[in-house]
Design a protein around this ligand. Structure first.
Ligand code: EZ4
Ligand code: CO
Length: 408
């Protein structure tokens, strides 16, 4: 059998998603995610203009060969747009193969290595009272791990803290703003470095030693600033400090490691195993943060996590609401199957997103499971998708108080 149609669907049920639908000559449908937040149309054009024609007539069973064909065959290696496009094809092929076998995808990846997947939630607040209320809400729902993001006195808006949500409210806060150009935010690293440890001290005091706590530095610190934060958070026993410094400078992580035993995570903006080579072989991080959607799909992510596993480094896959439910399902099947699972990020999609994409993964008291529907267990309702056309939306850019452009 072979692939007979390949369609690229860009839809915006609350936010923008890029979806690939492959159909085989005997009618099996496979779904893949190529969503790249703020650059969706580039990933869609790569698929439509450069890949679709090469997919038609191809044997859908040859997943590794197709992956290598798209990766090596492009000549131009890696890059977020290329790897998101390859991811969508790869996910759709795995979806088809598992549907043909009549099993959930994790069975083809070696079967379940655990019963359920620990996830972490996102708690945030402009002040401690709002943050504490958010954490309490998650603890009551059964979560055992919570990411802590706090407002910083003197700054109007800070990454990870919604300016509009009421305390305790569940919201799809990811700040890709619907407009033709990005919002601009202000940033002050010294104020942040002074404030964050005081918040973690209060959280530990109120919630005790067992709750697993995480924090995302979101690429904003220099290596020595990151080392200082990692060191000052050591008494508060974090599960990880994420993106303490921009990850493309892999060597910079040596400096953080020299100063602190706070576990480190990075990689959500990476797109291949080579972005991690120094970090993994020198054991400079503890968790791999990429999403299958951005690293060449199930095939790319399996290669990366198997490599990390040799060095005792575990998964902490990216699960923001800007990865579609199809990409999230792919992550969960990988999580369940691999040995070196760490934790999974979980930001529930909005109701509108989940009406448009149907999923079979389930949440129960702080744990996810991919479900036992054959394939990925996630699909797009094309009729509903057509009702929500693409809307330009961009992540903010960041400036220091004197106007210098900074990492967001
Ligand atoms: O800012 O997914 O850990 N999670 C994150 C996310 C990213 C967005 C960017 O598209 O850092 O919130
Ligand atoms: Co992050």
């Amino acid at each position: 059998m072979s692939i007979s149609t390949a369609d690229v669907i860009v839809t915006s049920p609350g936010r923008n998603f890029v979806t690939l639908k492959l159909v085989t000559s005997d009618g099996v449908v496979g779904w893949g995610d190529a969503t790249l937040n703020g650059r969706e149309l580039a990933a869609a054009a790569y698929l439509r203009d450069h890949l679709v024609d090469t997919l038609i007539g191809r044997d859908e069973d040859r997943i590794e060969d197709t992956w290598q064909y798209l990766y090596r065959g492009a000549y131009w290696r890696r890059g977020p747009v290329t790897m998101a496009a390859i991811a969508a094809v790869d996910m759709a092929l795995w979806d088809i193969k598992a549907k043909k076998a009549g099993v959930p995808l994790y069975q083809l990846l070696g079967g379940a290595s655990r019963e359920k997947l620990r996830v972490y939630a996102h708690a945030s607040g402009n002040d401690y009272a709002a943050l504490s209320q958010a954490i309490r809400g998650y603890v009551e729902e059964g979560y055992t791990a919570v990411r802590i993001q706090t407002g910083v006195p003197g700054l109007d808006s800070v990454y990870g803290v919604s300016a509009t949500a009421k305390p305790g409210e569940k919201y799809d806060y990811e700040p890709a703003h619907r407009s033709a150009r990005p919002d601009e935010e202000e940033w002050d690293t010294p104020a942040y470095l002074r404030h964050v440890p005081t918040i973690f001290e209060k959280v530990r005091e109120e919630f005790g030693p067992e709750l697993r706590l995480l924090h995302d530095g979101h690429h904003r610190m220099s290596p020595i600033e990151a080392a200082r934060l990692a060191k000052s958070l050591e008494p508060h026993d974090l599960l990880w400090l994420e993106d303490a410094t921009p990850g493309e400078d892999q060597d910079a992580f040596r400096l953080i490691r020299q100063h602190s035993t706070t576990p480190l995570a990075t990689g959500e903006v990476f797109n291949s195993v080579y972005d991690y080579q120094t970090l993994i072989t020198e054991r400079l991080i503890d968790y791999v943060r990429s999403a299958p959607t951005h690293t060449g799909g199930v095939t790319g992510m399996k290669k990366l996590l198997d490599f990390a596993g040799i060095y005792g480094i575990r998964s902490g896959l990216h699960g923001p609401t800007d990865v579609s439910p199809i990409g999230m399902a792919a992550a969960l099947h990988i999580d369940l199957a691999i040995h070196n699972f760490g934790i999974q990020e979980y930001m529930p999609h909005s109701d509108l997103t989940l009406e448009t994409f149907r999923t079979s993964y389930t949440f129960d008291r702080g744990f996810l499971h991919p479900g036992d529907t054959p394939g990925l267990g996630a699909e797009l309702d094309e009729t509903l998708a057509a009702q929500h056309p693409y809307t330009p939306a961009y992540l903010p850019v960041n400036r220091l108080l004197d106007g210098t452009l900074h990492d967001w």
